[in-house]
Design a protein around this ligand. Structure first.
Ligand code: URA
Length: 252
């Protein structure tokens, strides 16, 4: 017997083209987030008591991330973006996440709220994350660019280069089991190769010792809903791989 809320949730996934949901095996217990950091300077990062890493390691990780966030907040490397942004959208989620989702750049909603993927594409991303058995608080979500390009124009190559140290440091601090690049900009930036997504998806790559996979961007899916099935296949493959990696290294 499933509850009304669960039925509504399943119905909304079905409308998005997701026809199954991932049910974790009993061997995989998804824990609640242990450390959360939000993008807004006003929101103090929280540390939950159940952290599997020692509290001094957790504090040091949090401090290093806060330091990186402060650097990003003061960044003026891209003159146009620094002059036009309302917020620096640093990233949000669990600093001990198994998986980090990397998008392209904040849009209007994200710039206003200071948080990644909170607009229409973000709502679809939330459904994708939940369909593979995570909550948004259990993963970490960020972008290649931390500032909104005016009018949501495509990021310029020099902006991607300027912003790359922040993304690189975020991934080095979190050390997730998996990075999921959403769309061409994230995939091309992290992989250093410019093949179309149709050729890049379906494989696992290495990014500085971390497994990386990529799939279509949720905003692309809103325009091309016929490709939702492909993303669902990519996400199921990714979740299976994370489970295998976790089973091999449960103390991660
Ligand atoms: N698109 C992105 O790539 N990132 C966001 O944060 C929102 C929309």
């Amino acid at each position: 017997m499933i509850s009304k809320n669960s039925r509504l949730f399943l119905q909304s996934l079905k409308e998005e083209g997701i026809e199954e949901i991932y049910l974790p095996s009993t061997a995989l217990i998804i824990t609640e987030p242990t450390i959360c950091i939000l993008s807004k300077a006003s929101s103090p990062p929280e540390i939950q008591p159940s952290s599997p890493i020692s509290s001094s390691a957790a504090n040091s990780l949090r401090d290093q991330m806060i330091d990186l966030r402060s650097q990003a907040f003061g960044c003026t490397r891209c003159g146009e973006l620094a002059a036009t942004r309302k917020s620096v959208v640093f990233g949000a989620g669990n600093l001990e996440a198994e998986v980090v989702f990397v998008g392209e750049a904040p849009g209007k909603d994200e710039d206003e709220q200071g948080l990644p993927f909170v607009g229409a594409a973000g709502q679809l991303l939330t459904k994708i994350i939940e369909a593979i058995g995570y909550t948004r608080k259990q993963v970490f979500i960020c972008n290649v660019l931390k500032c909104r390009p005016p009018g949501n124009r495509t990021p310029h190559p020099d902006e991607i280069i300027n912003c790359q140290p922040y993304l690189k440091s975020q991934l080095a601090l979190i050390k997730p089991k998996m990075i999921c690049a959403l769309g061409n900009h994230a995939a091309h930036t992290l992989l250093g190769m410019e093949k179309p997504m149709s050729q890049l998806r379906g494989y696992f790559y290495d990014y500085e010792g971390i497994r990386l996979t990529c799939t279509y961007h949720p905003a692309y899916l809103l325009r091309n809903p016929e490709d939702k099935k492909k993303v669902w296949e990519d996400m199921k493959r990714m979740r299976r791989e994370i489970d295998l990696l976790m089973a091999r290294d449960p103390m991660f």
